[in-house]
Write a protein that binds this ligand. Structure first.
Ligand SMILES: Cc1ncc(COP(=O)(O)O)c(C=O)c1O
Length: 400
């Protein structure tokens, strides 16, 4: 520490003046943004003790940062996990989960065929490069589950609420079978959030989130979170430090702020999505609505049971009767409140056309096989007044 600043020259004072004052008996109500790469102590022995893991503390932000730590503690509390790591994006959370789960050269990753398109591309272009064998499996059909275990996977990777058809796998059964076959389970819980489902409580080993979505909730950050059972604390800490895909403290602060209203926002997202689904299902220009809150959804009962009656999420997908690209473009362009954004989970309502965005890289045949047809659009219900959202969709449907 610089003790006698008054005696120092101007260039020295420019660097040190005003810095490192210690809090004098107050505690900030909101965790501040600790925008600092390093953290200082009076004695080198303190840094030694922290680095050895004998004392809790912070030395270097890639190893840990107080703002991020507050966020990690909050998410671990919501997901019921032992350890959480805040990362630069949902994709880096998936990378870290795969590393911490022990995938390596020669191990098999059984990946649900209903994964976010970029996760699929990540598995093929990155995980395959480190020598993991990638097998896409059907986690929805109980009759096909034996085929998964016959692959002897080290890891099963799936989404708890899939994109864009909102399927709900039988997570408790999959976890029990995976563990019986010595496989670890990673669940992408981005769409469900811990409000609907806490996979770790069902025995899953890892949970990942794109914090860019509901956790942040306002479309103003990119972030990811990995949560793991306590048994994996060492692996999570180790790989987080080595990979260095840390979330910046400002984004950590925004996410922590977002979490405070997550239950309120998510209740409204679910309520609005259910109202939109009910209304659209009756519209003559709508061929089909995919939403687990509707009785005709194949996973309606499972969603009700697994999600504890809280709701069925904030995302729904809709097939517009007889529409081709021209009609879909006209419909989407005429919407005023549903913003054309390739994301979900924001307070603003959003609309996405999977054929040209999330599933663009697939061939028309592959899309068709996954049920992603040319007339399918995905809606993320925001928190606006639902009557205005319905009026917006009504106006849009009049254009086609
Ligand atoms: C289900 C799911 N997982 C992971 C991701 C990746 O998250 P990010 O864009 O924050 O890297 C996304 C992004 O859309 C997603 O929808």
């Amino acid at each position: 520490m610089v003790r006698e600043l008054k005696t120092k020259r101007l260039a020295t004072r420019a660097v040190h003046a005003g810095e490192r004052t210690r809090p004098n008996g107050f505690v900030p109500m909101s965790t501040p943004i600790y925008s600092s790469a390093t953290f200082l102590y009076d004695h080198l022995a303190d840094i030694d003790a922290i680095s050895a893991g004998d004392r809790r503390g912070f030395t270097y932000s890639r190893h840990g940062n107080p703002t991020n730590a507050a966020l990690e503690e909050a998410v671990a509390s919501l997901e019921g996990g032992g350890i959480a790591a805040s990362l630069a994006s949902g994709m880096s959370a998936i990378l870290l989960a795969l590393l911490a789960a022990g995938t390596e050269q020669g191990t098999t990753i059984a990946a649900s065929q209903d994964l976010y398109g970029v996760t699929v591309k990540f598995l093929m272009d990155v995980a395959a490069r480190w020598g993991a064998r990638i097998e896409f499996v059907d986690v929805l059909n109980p009759a096909k589950r034996n085929e998964i275990w016959a692959l002897k996977p080290a890891v099963l990777l799936l989404e708890s609420l899939t994109n864009p058809l909102l399927r709900v796998p039988d997570l408790p059964a999959l976890v029990a079978e995976a563990h019986a076959h010595h496989a670890r389970v990673i669940v992408d819980n981005t769409f469900a959030t811990p409000l609907l489902l806490r996979p770790l409580e069902h025995g899953a080993d890892f949970v990942v989130h794109s914090a860019t979505k509901y956790f942040g909730g306002h479309g103003d950050l990119t972030g990811g979170i990995l949560v793991a059972q306590e048994d994996y604390a060492e692996e999570v800490r180790n790989f987080t430090r080595l990979v260095g895909a840390n979330l910046g403290p400002f984004e950590a602060w925004l996410t922590l702020r977002g979490l405070k209203t997550l239950p309120l926002r998510f209740a409204r997202h679910c309520e609005n999505a259910q109202r939109l689904a009910d209304w659209l299902a009756k519209h003559p220009k709508v061929e089909h609505v995919f939403y687990p809150g509707l009785a005709n959804h194949p996973d309606h009962l499972r969603a009700r049971q697994l999600f504890g009656g809280v709701g069925a999420g904030g995302v729904l997908s809709v097939k517009i009767r007889g529409a081709g690209r021209g009609e879909i473009f006209r419909f989407v362009d005429s919407l005023e409140l549903f913003l054309k954004a390739t994301s979900l989970g924001d307070v603003q309502s959003l609309v996405l056309y999977p054929a040209i965005s999330s599933h663009r890289d697939l061939s028309p045949k592959q899309r068709e096989r996954l049920g992603i047809t040319e007339n399918l659009i995905r809606l993320s219900a925001g928190v606006e007044d639902v009557e205005d959202l319905i009026a917006d969709l009504e106006k849009g449907l009049e254009q086609i």
